[in-house]
Design a protein around this ligand. Structure first.
Ligand SMILES: [Zn+2]
Ligand SMILES: [Zn+2]
Length: 606
């Protein structure tokens, strides 16, 4: 008698594929299956009694495991991701498994591995606690104490450099039982994954990717839990913090959320009453942009004022031998390039987003997909000959800063977050003005920064995203506290150039994040936006399907915001309607739609 099995083949589609099998197969085991003209690796999802397929089924290939290779708990996580986040289980598997596992490399079977410990029964032991302090050293000490306690601990950090420095600072006896989860894939990750699965480590210290570490943890710690770095850039876009919470719950572990400030959801769930550290009033400086010099940026329209106060404080701080950071979240020479005749912006041929100019205006780069293009000699729309940059970026700023601060050392941090600390010769008194995006703040961990200046924070507030105000608050908060030593006499100033963020923001920062979240959440509740309702972002694979999808969603009574060609669709979604949206999108996520490409969906729950 022939059976049928549903197999999950890792990929962006949502449906499982049905194959014929001579016998029922263990759920969660890997199998090779024929697909198209080739062969792929999949995971047995279910044994089904019969198939409704109109054509004869193909036969399942080689069985690679005797049982569920991921273990029951991670397998449950895959199903949970598929059910709650508008992503396929195949995509969840892709995120969760190291590449060699997906290639079919052998792994040790059930005997003696972590799978036999049967920790799933203690699910009711779950508990949650929080630890919020602006001082990095307080949090580090607290986490260390927790990791020293009995049982297995997983510690997650939003950046790999932070995980590494925490790991390096562990006391020797604890370090010998711990592992630093590799931030890149490859051989090293595969080795650590297998050893973790065997139970070789008591403590796993990790960047966000280690949230899938295969072990039964007694404790999961998430440092800087409000950090958007926990949300991956690639699909499935599910926050590692959210996944950590789910795992802790199923494992019956203790979940510890920490950071300089809580996220919206954590704030809502917990009662905070103790007094908080607040910044020195004189250290948060809001500067009105009207009192400023306006540097010329040749070939670029739009201004980036440098206030007198910024220039004076920069000089004074550098003279005192301390570092200064100027932060502007626009890389390159200009934020976009447009035709002087017809006004049309140059758009990415690949994805339709705007292109920024870089390398002194000689090249173009897409702000969305990152592809590089050469500068055309004529406007593609009207054949006009004059192309101008708009909104000066970091490169343009660096040359202006050099002109206004002659005699001081100005450095532009390298691209894509690969910031090399600017090592100074021993005893050197030289200090730098360093220009970069918000990722520059990571350097506060290793350098003595006397002044952090945000050149255009207003631009952040203009963004459409519901989290824009939180981003602004948390970035300024981090700018003030990150890397500072408790009890050190060295203050740090944060300067914000602004047109709008006057008195009320000054008060908000003074009173700290409790005040911020109270106001912010009251407003979000009245607007019914996250965390009170979900926001769904749908990045289309092809712009041609925009109309059809809009029709389908609106027909079902969902409210869709459409910013126009090239941009994603946005939906406000009551949590109870996730299943409805899922059923509407399901036909578009069948494997037979592969040739069209698949939309990328992000569910914002807070
Ligand atoms: Zn033109
Ligand atoms: Zn692009």
């Amino acid at each position: 008698m022939t059976h049928c099995v549903d197999v999950l083949v890792p990929g962006p589609w949502w449906n499982a594929l049905t194959y014929a099998s001579k016998r029922p197969l263990p759920v969660g085991a890997r199998v090779r299956v024929p697909l198209g003209r080739g062969e792929r690796l999949g995971f047995v999802a279910e044994n089904v009694s019969s198939s409704s397929a109109p054509h004869p089924l193909r036969e399942v290939g080689e069985l690679l495991d005797e049982g569920n290779v991921l273990g029951e708990e991670l397998w449950d996580l895959v199903r949970w991701m598929g059910r709650n986040f508008l992503c396929g289980r195949g995509l969840a598997l892709q995120a969760l498994c190291p590449k060699p596992l997906l290639r079919g490399e052998p792994v040790e079977s059930k005997e003696g591995s972590f799978l036999s410990e049967g920790a799933l029964e203690k699910g009711d032991a779950f508990s949650e606690r929080t630890f919020f302090s602006p001082w990095d050293e307080d949090r580090r000490d607290f986490y260390q104490t927790q990791a020293l306690r009995e049982g297995r601990s997983l510690l997650l950090f939003p950046e790999s450099a932070l995980a590494r420095s925490f790991f390096n600072a562990l006391p020797a006896d604890l370090k010998s039982q711990a592992v630093l989860w590799p931030s890149t894939g490859g051989k090293k990750l595969w080795e650590v994954w297998q050893r973790t699965r065997k139970g070789d480590f008591r403590v796993v210290v990790s960047p966000p990717g280690g949230v899938f570490a295969p072990a039964f943890f007694d404790r999961i710690i998430v440092e800087d839990e409000a950090n958007p770095g926990y949300l991956p850039q690639r699909a499935p876009r599910i926050s590692a913090r959210t996944l950590a919470g789910r795992r802790a719950m199923v494992l019956g572990a203790e979940l510890i959320l920490g950071g300089r400030m809580p996220s919206a959801k954590t704030f809502l769930r917990s009662a905070f009453t103790s007094p908080r550290d607040s910044p020195e009033r004189s250290s948060l400086i809001f500067v009105d942009m009207r009192r400023s010099v306006k540097p010329e940026f040749p070939g670029i329209e739009g201004e980036l004022p440098l206030t007198i106060s910024l220039l004076e404080r920069t000089r004074a701080t550098l003279k005192a031998g301390r570092e200064v950071f100027w932060i502007l979240d626009r890389r390159g020479e200009a934020g976009e390039v447009a035709c002087a005749d017809c006004g049309q912006s140059l758009l990415c041929p690949r994805c339709g987003s705007i292109l920024r100019s870089e390398n002194k205006g000689s090249g173009l780069r897409c702000v969305r997909c990152g592809s590089r293009h050469s500068l055309p000699s004529l406007c593609p729309s009207c054949r006009g000959a004059f192309l101008v940059g708009r909104r000066p970026g970091l490169e343009a700023l660096a040359s202006a800063a050099g002109r206004f601060l002659r005699g001081y050392s100005v450095r532009l941090s390298s691209e894509e977050g690969k910031i090399n600390p600017f090592h100074k010769a021993k005893n050197s008194k030289e200090s730098f003005l360093i220009l970069g995006t918000r990722r520059l703040l990571a350097l506060c961990d290793v350098q003595d920064v006397g002044l952090v200046a945000w050149l255009d924070l207003d631009a952040e507030l203009r963004r459409l995203e519901h989290g824009a105000r939180f981003q602004v608050f948390s970035m300024v908060w981090e700018s003030y506290w990150r890397g500072r030593k408790k009890g050190s006499a060295e203050e740090r100033s944060v300067l914000i150039q602004t047109r709008w963020m006057a008195g009320c923001w000054q008060n908000i920062f003074q009173q700290g994040w409790e005040r911020f979240w109270r106001d912010e959440l009251r407003m979000r509740k009245s607007l019914n936006i996250p965390p009170f309702a979900h926001w769904v972002q749908i990045d289309l694979a092809k712009d041609e399907e925009r109309e059809a999808l809009l029709d389908c969603l609106e027909h079902a009574g969902l409210f869709v915001m459409d910013p126009g060609p090239g941009g994603p669709l946005w939906l406000t979604l009551e949590p109870k309607n996730v299943a409805l949206l899922r059923s509407l999108l399901e036909p578009r996520f069948q494997i037979k739609c592969s040739r069209l490409g698949f939309p990328v969906i992000t569910l914002w729950t807070e």
